[in-house]
Design a protein around this ligand. Structure first.
Ligand code: FES
Ligand code: FES
Length: 174
């Protein structure tokens, strides 16, 4: 295991939303603080700072993680995706998950939303055709004070259905 000197700033290189970024961080710096304060990716929010609320969720190497429970140095050499990267087309349009959240009114203040979107993105990448209960279970790792969750669940199920329909069309046309 690599050892870091606690008083030294260490050079960290990671791929943030497909772009290589390099910056220095002390070994004690949290990944969420590195993303927000050093790299300027402020779409990721900080809530509880101890792994309970899920607001800080990002993906590291494609897996949803709490960025308040990881150190920036642990992300060295890895690929990190945040809410800013959900629509990689570079167009002004929202990605399908974001669009569904908008259509279903699945957010109010939006504080929890970036983290929830990153968990949903990971979840839908692994589970093709989820049941309502599976979506509910996945969301149990997130606290939302505003929505009552029902509209979030509806949005996720809508995206799952859209993606299933689209993949069926592509199979038919192949
Ligand atoms: S800020 Fe990380 S889980 Fe709450
Ligand atoms: S939309 Fe306000 S906390 Fe979830």
């Amino acid at each position: 295991m690599k050892r870091y000197d606690k008083d030294t700033q260490h050079m960290i290189t990671l791929t943030l939303n497909g772009v290589t970024r390099t910056a220095r961080a002390e070994p004690r710096m949290l990944l969420v603080d590195f993303l927000r304060h050093t790299l300027g990716a402020t779409g990721t929010h900080v809530g509880c700072e101890h792994g309970v609320c899920g607001a800080c969720t990002v993906q590291v190497d494609g897996v949803a993680v709490r960025s308040c429970l990881q150190l920036a140095v642990q992300a060295d050499g890895r690929s990190v995706d945040t809410v800013e990267g959900l629509n990689r087309t570079g167009a002004a349009e929202l990605g399908d998950l974001q669009q569904a959240f908008k259509s279903h009114h699945a957010l109010q203040c939006g504080f929890c939303t970036a983290g929830i979107l990153m968990s949903c993105s990971d979840f839908l990448g692994r589970v093709n055709n989820p049941s309502r209960q599976q979506v509910t279970d996945m969301l149990s790792g997130h606290l939302c004070r505003c929505t009552g969750y029902t509209n979030i669940i509806d949005a996720v199920l809508d995206v799952a259905a859209q993606r299933t329909e689209k993949s069926g069309e592509q199979t038919e046309n192949a």
